[in-house]
Write a protein that binds this ligand. Structure first.
Ligand code: HEM
Length: 506
């Protein structure tokens, strides 16, 4: 190498290193006041990152014990994540607007949404508004269909004859029922019973989660180049189009020919999406992507919650008679209606208590800090721009300040309170329904990004529980012992192998 070129290369390398060192130093200076958990010594960051992959729940618990009500950081393999506990800081995360703490950007990064699902979801998430408004408004009207699908799906998946006991894997059985009943509302009959379609809707979530992990291990510049080769997106759209393409095209054509409220227009999620879609959003691939995404948000969450409910019911069989009495009495009085579900206080309470005690991991509400100045909490803690903040709900869900005997499962904890309050103060004051969120009950999130599907989920969960207690006896296949969760990093799911015994009541 010529001497001037050599000197230029050395100077450039020195400059780049200096800039990098300066940036790292400034970044670390910003981080230093925030305590770190699980990372000490020279290699601590990396060994801590590995430890977090294997023992996230324990490390989050350690942080909460050492720094109660404060922010702390945990090492991921390539970055620090920030976690907050305590009512004040959790509420600040929950209340921050999207432009300051972004949920979309938080998920975009962890799930590589632009590659695994598609940019359309990030550009205009109008399907979330449809869930919040039209879908929620239509739930009572659509309830008979959902109820019918739940009933038929249980008949089909359990396939019981006479009064024999049959043991089935809990999670996968429940997932079949949830996928069918959700899609009865999303796309209607007969597609909601098509095995290949349902497999796609269930599998897509798993593929997105796995492939996002793989893509996240690639160097950033290679992600948009190599990511699409392993992304489930193209296959999802292709298969989704096979099932939904003709139906979507037919609806667009009907609307063109006969106007927006054409005769015979089905009242389902596809129609509601088309009512709100603009321009290029009114195409088969765009609608298919939104159906895939909404199924992603709906199926695994609702199925996990209900599987936990079954584990709670079979490990606490003493609740069955009172649940059954209430469900039978209310259905006899009001029939199978959404109003009837609203009167099932004990079922509502049992579901809420099960959600309080079982979540899908130690952290929730992932947000990316968007403000270039960072995010400043009310206690003065500053989390730098571009960082990821999470909340942990476990401390609040198990705090004796919020719940009496918080470690005990008390299925009627909330219904007892409701009955007491109604006797003393009238109906309006009760604010601990299944769908009510607060910093003490974060199962559906809280405030800015609170789950817009929770009214649908609550309706399905209650209808499934009422259907089971009225029509079946259930028992644990593990002698009343509650099967432990399966934990993968920061994700916890109900034990996937555990079985539940069902017997038809004659
Ligand atoms: C029991 C079942 C469910 C649970 C436990 C659950 C839980 C949650 C939680 C904790 C959040 C908030 C996350 C955050 O703040 O970052 C959320 C958001 C969301 N959920 Fe659910 N969910 C359930 C069912 C559903 C269903 C059935 C749908 C769709 C029909 C749905 C659609 C969504 C969407 C679109 C968001 C994002 C909202 C936003 O970013 O503004 N969820 N859910």
């Amino acid at each position: 190498m010529e001497e001037p070129t050599y000197i230029l290369a050395c100077v450039s390398a020195a400059l780049v290193s200096a800039v990098w060192l300066l940036k790292t130093w400034r970044h670390n200076r910003q981080l230093n006041p925030i305590p770190a958990v699980g990372a000490s010594g020279i290699w601590g960051y990396y060994t801590g990152g590995l430890r977090y992959m294997l023992h996230a729940p324990e490390m989050v618990q350690e942080g909460c014990t050492l720094y109660p009500g404060k922010a702390f950081r945990v090492p991921r393999l390539f970055r620090w994540d920030f976690i907050v506990s305590g009512k004040t800081l959790i509420d600040e995360v929950a209340s921050a607007p999207e432009s300051i703490l972004s949920a979309l950007e938080g998920n975009k990064d962890s799930l590589k949404v632009d590659i695994t699902i598609g940019p359309e979801i990030l550009n205009h998430a109008y399907h979330i508004d449809v869930l919040r408004t039209t879908l929620t408004r239509n739930l009572a009207k659509c309830f008979p269909d959902i109820r019918d699908e739940i009933s038929c799906a249980f008949d089909d998946v359990l396939a019981l004859d006479g009064a024999e006991w049959k043991s089935v894997p809990a999670l996968s059985t429940i997932m079949s029922v949830v996928a069918r009943s959700t899609n009865r509302l999303f796309v209607g009959l007969p597609i909601c019973r098509n095995d290949d379609y349902l497999k796609l809707m269930v599998r897509y979530t798993i593929d997105v989660v796995i492939m996002a992990q793989v893509i996240n291990l690639m160097p950033a510049p290679l992600q948009p180049i190599l990511g699409p080769f392993i992304s489930p997106r193209s296959r999802g759209i292709r298969k989704g189009t096979t099932h939904l393409g003709p139906l979507i095209e037919h609806r667009i054509a009907q609307e063109k020919a006969f106007g927006r409220d054409w005769p015979g227009k089905p009242n389902d999620f596809i129609s509601w999406l088309l009512d709100s879609a603009q321009g290029s959003e009114r195409t088969v691939p765009d609608i298919v992507v939104r159906i895939l995404t909404t199924n992603m948000a709906a199926i695994h969450t609702t199925s996990s919650v209900f599987t936990h409910v079954l584990f709670d019911l079979t490990s606490h069989p003493e609740y069955m008679p009172a649940l059954r009495e209430e469900a039978e009495r209310v259905v006899q009085e009001l029939g199978w209606t959404k109003t009837a579900l609203g009167r099932m206080y004990r079922l509502d309470s049992f579901l809420r208590e099960s959600q309080r005690m079982h979540d899908n991991g130690p952290v929730t509400m992932t947000r990316k800090v968007m403000d270039p100045a960072g995010f400043t909490f009310s206690d003065g803690t500053v989390v730098p721009a571009g960082s990821f903040i999470n909340a942990t709900s476990r401390v609040e869900h198990f705090s004796p300040a919020n719940y009496e005997d918080p470690d005990d499962f008390d299925g009627f904890r909330f219904s007892k309170l409701r009955e007491e309050r109604e006797q003393n103060e009238g109906q309006a004051v009760f604010n601990k329904h299944m769908v009510t969120t607060s910093v003490e009950h974060l199962s559906f999130g809280h405030r800015t990004h609170v789950c817009p599907g929770r009214f649908l989920a609550a309706m399905q969960l209650k209808a499934m529980l009422a259907h089971i207690v009225i029509n079946y006896d259930v028992r644990s296949a593990t002698d009343g012992v509650r099967p432990p969760d399966d934990v993968f990093g920061i994700v916890a799911v109900p034990n996937r192998k555990a079985k539940i015994g069902f017997r038809k009541r004659l």
